[in-house]
Design a protein around this ligand. Structure first.
Ligand code: ATP
Length: 574
């Protein structure tokens, strides 16, 4: 953890120096106070009231210096802790941006969110605690020990017994507490995921009347989290009274052994008072060290989880040396097989085809046959396990990332828009798009009619999770974003499913006419959506079992004929 944190903390060298200095001053003042108190008591005992004033003033000044040093230390520690946390969060976010789909799926989005928020918060807490107690613990411990021993050396054994007892109890309590803190993180992640899933799927929850079930599921996880926190509370509950008891017994024993000397030796009263003070400071230092270790255990767990993210190599990187170029719309799969990362079963098996620029390809097949998977390899969301994928006659492993992103637009069935304005979302497809580009693209996607009804048309707000648009509207906006950059290759993955038949036909006609040079892959459930395609690919269990025009396939491919006839019969029933 130290190796991980050091480069971050070393950015705040000046604050580290100031935090250390101020805490050393604060610790020194708390060691000085009992000595002054001893002198005050001595002055009272000696009836030397003239000494009282300067001593009283000294006490107040020391207390004020201690207070100011403590306050300043909090400021410097907070600057280090918050700065470090912000830098880690930014680096983690940057790292996650380099992740492939596979990387993100392996962590799960919920886990990545907790690792970027709650775990960073834990690290921030430990850094803060560290700088607030960094020098305080050793200075207090050694200082109070030496001062106690010089004040009443005959009571060395009281100190020894107390230190042994406090250390033993600390070890017994802080160790299980550290373990419990570790498991708290896992349960926070689980409850966060549950809350996220429930809120995102709130329509399903409500329409299937699942509120009660969801509540129970959440309650179970939340109860587990509560139970762990209660156990931590119990341990704290034992810890504090145990320490107080040890402290009180140590004080009582000290008084018992030297108290009777007070009448014969008046100096003994002041010495005893300051000894007792130092005893408490020694105990304080050990307890603080225990807390630090527990915090460190929790922070370590979080730092480990952050480091896992930072140490993950993106399993798909683009060739930085590849030159930027305008790729043509030719697409080729050469004996491509593919299994999802972490899965052995191939989802695509030895798929080969060549598509010429400007062709329109329909892709049909049963659900789970591998249509979307095939499409995802074209913008290189994954690399094939075997074989190669080429766009513009270039193997994607040797293509410049920007060139590929400019060449291939992918429109998903589940339209995802970002909060902001419609225009912001469209500019994701073409960064310098002006209003005429937007109007032209929206017309192609049959989106202009509804966008232009808004007073602020293309500047209309997209709310979080695009909740102010219907499913069909979202799909149209998503298609608009896909076509606005006039890509060399356009993939529509079931992305007209929420459009009525007439709108779907209009979109296809517009794409045919206005994007005639663009290669189009249209994945469709209904054959009627791709009946006019230049070629139709038929997928079955990850294999490309037939290709051809509609009438050819009806004649030559029994699998295609079966799908077609089933759908035709269904249409008659409908
Ligand atoms: N991210 C993933 N990780 C692991 N397996 C996956 C993943 N996505 C899909 N699969 C599996 O790959 C197979 C092919 O899925 P794919 O989504 O490509 O099929 P599809 O033909 O597009 O289906 P549909 O018509 O239902 O969209 C399925 O068996 C599916 O379970």
């Amino acid at each position: 953890m130290i190796k991980f944190l050091l480069p971050y903390i070393s950015k705040y060298k000046k604050d580290v120096v100031w935090a250390s200095l101020t805490i050393a001053i604060a610790a020194a003042t708390s060691l000085w106070q009992p000595k002054l108190l001893q002198q005050v008591i001595q002055a009272i005992a000696d009836d030397e009231l003239s000494k009282m004033y300067p001593l009283g003033i000294q006490l107040i000044v020391i207390a004020l210096i201690g207070l100011a040093a403590g306050a300043l230390n909090t400021v410097f520690s907070a600057r280090i802790a918050m700065g470090t946390a912000a830098d880690i969060r930014a680096d983690e976010y940057k790292k996650i941006q380099t992740f492939s789909f596979g990387n993100i799926e392996r962590f799960s989005t919920g886990s990545l969110v907790v690792r970027m928020t709650n775990d960073v918060q834990q690290v921030q807490t430990i850094v803060m605690a560290f700088f607030q107690s960094l020098l305080r613990v050793p200075i207090l411990f050694v200082g109070a020990l030496v001062l106690a021993l010089t004040t009443l050396p005959q009571l060395w054994w009281v100190i020894l017994v107390m230190v042994i007892l406090v250390v033993l109890i600390s070890m017994g309590v802080f160790q299980p507490m550290g373990k419990l803190f570790g498991s708290v993180q896992g349960w926070i992640e689980k409850t966060n995921n549950m809350a996220k899933e429930n809120l995102q799927g709130v329509r399903v929850v409500k329409s299937f009347n699942q509120e009660k079930n969801e509540e129970e599921r959440f309650d179970d996880a939340s109860t587990q989290l509560t139970n762990i926190n209660i156990k931590i509370g119990y341990l704290f509950g034992i810890l504090m009274p145990a320490f107080f008891l040890i402290g009180e017994i140590a004080i009582a024993v000290s008084i018992l052994f030297v108290g009777r000397n007070i009448t014969s030796d008046p100096q003994m009263l002041g010495a005893l008072t300051s000894f007792v003070n130092y005893l408490l400071q020694i105990m304080n230092a050990i307890v603080m060290a225990g807390f630090m270790m527990t915090f460190a255990a929790r922070g370590m767990e979080s730092a480990k989880r952050i480091m896992e993210v930072m140490d993950t190599e993106p399993d798909l990187t683009f060739d930085a040396a590849a030159p930027s170029e305008a790729l043509s719309g030719d697409v080729e799969f050469d004996h491509v097989s593919f299994a999802y990362p972490g899965d052995d079963a191939p989802v695509l098996k030895d798929v080969s085809f060549k598509v010429k620029q400007g062709e329109m390809i329909g892709i049909v097949g049963a659900t789970g046959s591998g249509k979307s998977t095939l499409a995802q390899l074209i913008p290189r969301l994954y690399d094939p396990t075997e074989g190669s994928v080429k766009v513009g006659n270039e193997d994607l492993r040797h293509v410049n990332e920007k060139s590929l992103r400019n060449a291939v637009a992918f429109v998903l069935q589940k339209a995802i828009l970002f909060s902001g304005k419609i225009s912001d979302n469209l500019r994701q497809g073409k960064s310098n798009a002006g209003r005429p580009d937007m109007v032209r693209a929206a017309k192609m996607a049959q989106a202009s009619e509804f966008i232009e009804k808004y007073d602020d048309d293309y500047e209309h707000i997209v709310e979080e999770r695009s909740s102010n648009f219907s499913g069909g509207q979202k799909q149209r906006l998503s298609i608009t974003r896909g076509v606005i950059g006039e890509p060399a290759v356009l993939i529509l993955d079931d992305s007209t499913s929420a459009l009525d038949a007439r709108s779907e036909k209009l979109v296809q006609e517009a794409l045919d006419k206005q994007l005639s040079d663009t290669t189009k892959f249209v994945i469709a459930e209904k054959i009627s959506s791709v009946i006019n395609a230049d070629r139709i690919f038929v997928m079955e269990d990850g294999e490309l079992i037939a290709t051809g025009k509609h009438h050819e396939l009806v004649e030559n491919s029994p699998a295609y004929r079966e799908i077609y006839e089933t759908q035709k019969a269904q249409e008659v029933i409908d």
